[in-house]
Design a protein around this ligand. Structure first.
Ligand code: NAP
Length: 319
């Protein structure tokens, strides 16, 4: 990864071949970067570039593995198991909505629950319900509604904030605001923990099941070479620690369960829009592209992977 903010803020960065230009902000600050995305933007042979070779949710591909507790990595032909439900929380978001579509297309789970704070309409057959991660009673109510449909095979938490009214990623210490930091931690770290509190008991006790949360590479302490974004980085680091802790507790009651964090890549969405990651720019995914990658990654994880964070390309993100 190019770690030089000054160099990368110029039009031609010798360190990253200009790939980081997609993330350069007015004033020279950069948004989230991703080794793998930058590498893809350099276009080595066979590299994925947004807009080319869009990954598809194929029959027999990972979502079906997700539903089949007996499936192994080398399984090719497998049957769709619709005996457990799937839940996407943050289904109104760019990536969350695409995850709902991908899961529906796979046919691997039934029913599919799309939970969100602002409740847009979803395709016929998708069950929607309100949830607000800063209101534990609403999380409990949503869990109770999901529980009526029986055991859950997959929970994906796709909520998160980087900015909102009164909240913006900090370039330097002088920008720190305790209220803004608390808001970011509340949604990015505490909210998913409360979701786990109310939804992990719904996971099937027998066989493979998955509890996954959208994290971010910038939550990696080891990978932090450019600084900035105190609240967002720290909230994702806290989230990753919560997931590791959760994985240890969950293993005691559900030995085949997988708890994982996911880095979706740089994705064109409301969250990233202020930082101008235009769809089609090198290394910037459309939400459906990212969702397809994430579902494939989830399908390829096994119980030995529990407690870790994985990027869109399946690479483990360092803690
Ligand atoms: N986009 C990227 O480049 C990128 C990169 C790395 C990691 N990520 C992570 O991926 C996840 C999804 O991001 P995205 O790009 O899809 O962002 P997005 O389009 O802005 O979606 C964010 C989602 O979070 C929901 N949310 C926010 N506060 C909530 C609350 N209090 N209760 C319930 N839901 C709440 C939003 O609900 P409303 O629609 O109701 O506001 C929305 O559904 C985030 O965790 C983000 O950190 C994204």
């Amino acid at each position: 990864m190019c770690g030089d903010i000054e160099i990368c803020s110029r039009s031609a960065c010798s360190a990253c071949d200009g790939a980081d230009q997609a993330f350069v902000l007015t004033g020279g600050w950069k948004g989230a970067r991703d080794d793998a995305v930058i590498a893809a933007a350099k276009r080595p042979e066979g590299a994925y570039v947004s807009g080319e070779a869009t990954p598809a949710i194929e029959p027999g591909w990972s979502p079906l593995k997700l539903a089949d507790p007996r499936a192994r990595r080398d399984d090719v032909a497998m049957t769709s198991s619709t005996s457990t439900s799937a839940v996407v929380i943050g289904a109104s978001g760019g990536i969350g909505r695409a995850l709902v579509s991908g899961l529906a297309a796979s046919g691997a789970y039934a029913p599919i629950f799309a939970l969100s704070r602002s409740q847009p309409s979803f395709p016929h057959g998708i069950r929607s319900h309100a949830i607000d991660l800063v209101d534990e009673a609403s999380i409990a109510a949503a869990a109770a509604a999901v529980a009526e449909a029986g055991p859950v095979g997959l929970v994906i938490v796709a909520t998160g904030i980087l900015h909102q009214d009164g909240v913006a990623p900090e370039k330097a210490l002088k920008a720190l605001d305790p209220g803004a930091m608390a808001a970011v931690f509340s949604i990015n770290a505490i909210g998913p923990a409360l979701v786990a509190k109310h939804f992990v008991p719904l996971l099937a006790r027998e066989g493979r099941c998955v509890f996954a949360v959208l994290s971010a590479r910038v939550g990696s302490i080891e990978d932090n070479r450019s600084g900035g974004w105190y609240a967002y980085r720290a909230s994702k680091a806290a989230l990753n620690q919560i997931l590791r802790t959760l994985s240890i507790e969950v293993a005691r009651s559900r030995p085949d369960a997988i708890v994982a964090g996911l880095h979706p890549g740089t994705v064109a969405s409301n969250l990233s829009r202020p930082f101008r990651p235009d769809p089609g720019a090198p290394g910037v995914f459309r939400p459906d592209e990212s969702a397809a990658h994430l579902l494939r990654v989830l399908g390829e994880l096994d119980v030995t992977d529990t407690g870790s964070v994985f990027a869109w390309d399946g690479a483990r993100v360092p803690a």
